[in-house]
Design a protein around this ligand. Structure first.
Ligand code: IPM
Ligand code: MN
Length: 356
């Protein structure tokens, strides 16, 4: 089995190195090959998603991705910016289903900004559609404003759109995931304002006919944002479009105290997937050896489960992470009085030791 390792920028290389170390310690014979991506891809080959990197990702059974983005690339033209690498990979590999679990580990209950009683035991799964919506809709750009009080000025514009088949397939993913959990799906939209999301609501309702054992609720995105901080435990599976999912998943991540703990999977229609921490490249702490590698290590566990057919090894990693948290080891992002502060590498080593 072949794994493409794409460390990227900022803390990406440090955290992926820990996940690779953990994967190697499993004693399986994975073939792992690395390539530059994001700002590192631009620096080495003049493009954030170099051809060689894309080819490696396409040929692999799964991709382990770090993070992309760094200050020095902020002024590049949009097509050359690091973010284009992850957007390009999602599109080119057909990774339409983004699974972002938000789980509060009991040991970290105090790290949340919300009261423990509001978040303790939190276990929700956000399923974000990842290759459609206003992120990819065309036309887009800057043009001359055709009408209204600002006619004749320049205007920026993007296009929000969802094809029926795109909505159907992500709805199926959500209902099937719900069956393995709490059997409840909340579909988040803005059907009161947007045509695209009235259509979304109609199609999700149709797909639901095949899943009468799963409870479906529709919720407007503004209300969903409020409910996420008011009573997040009421949710089981949330399914939504690309942009709403981007925003809500950051909010959900923070409920758990640290975005440094949360893995994600981006899946195609088969077994292929790209696995990345839910957090970004954090250039402000890059190279300092303080980044939390657990989200990436947990992403490797998701990779074993969803793409490599190694559920037992995934369990081993997840249990090892729980064990190091129980030992009181914490990187600075989740450090609290009474725990032991460790760096990125020490945390990786601790997980390796806990595997046994
Ligand atoms: C994410 C990120 C990306 C997104 C950026 C880096 C393009 O915020 O994975 O959530 O908006 O999808
Ligand atoms: Mn995001």
């Amino acid at each position: 089995m072949k794994i493409a390792i794409l460390p990227g920028d900022g803390i990406g290389p440090e955290i992926t190195a820990q996940a690779v170390k953990v994967l190697k310690a499993l004693g399986e014979s994975f073939e792992m090959e690395s390539a530059e991506v994001g700002g590192a891809g631009y620096a080495a080959h003049g493009h954030p998603l170099p051809e060689k990197t894309l080819a490696l990702a396409k040929a692999a059974d799964a991709v382990l991705f770090g993070a992309v983005g760094d200050y020095q690339y902020d002024s590049l033209a949009r097509a050359l910016r690091p973010e284009q690498a992850i957007l390009g990979l999602r599109k080119e590999l057909g990774l339409f289903a983004n699974l972002r679990p938000a789980i509060l580990y009991p040991e970290l209950a105090g790290a949340s900004t919300l009261k423990p009683e509001v978040v303790s035991g939190l276990d929700i799964l956000i399923i974000r559609e990842l290759t459609g919506d206003i992120y990819f809709g065309k036309p887009r750009g800057v043009r001359e404003c055709p009408d209204g009080p600002f006619a004749g000025q320049r205007e920026g514009f993007d296009t929000m759109r969802y094809a029926e088949g795109e909505i159907r397939r992500i709805a199926h993913v959500a209902f099937q995931a719900a069956r393995k959990r709490g059997s409840r799906v909340t579909s988040v939209d803005k059907a009161n304002v947007l045509e695209t999301f009235q259509f979304w609501r109609d199609i999700v309702t149709e797909v639901h006919k095949d899943y009468q054992d799963v409870e479906l609720e529709h919720m407007y995105v503004d209300n969903a944002a409020m409910q996420l901080v008011r009573a997040p435990k009421k949710f089981d599976v949330i399914v939504t479009g690309n942009m709403f999912g981007d925003i809500l998943s950051d909010a959900a991540a923070m409920l758990t105290g640290s975005i440094g703990m949360l893995p994600s999977a981006s899946l195609d229609a088969g077994n292929k997937g790209l696995y990345e921490p839910s957090h970004g490249s954090a250039p402000d702490i890059a190279g300092k050896g303080v980044a939390n590698p657990l989200a990436t290590i947990l992403s490797a566990a998701m990779m074993l489960r969803f793409s490599l057919g190694k559920a037992e090894q995934a369990d081993r990693i997840e249990n090892a992470v729980k064990a190091v948290l129980a030992q009181g080891l914490r990187t600075p992002d989740i450090f609290e009085e009474g725990t032991t502060r460790v760096g990125t590498e020490q945390m990786g080593d601790a997980v390796v030791n806990a595997l046994a």
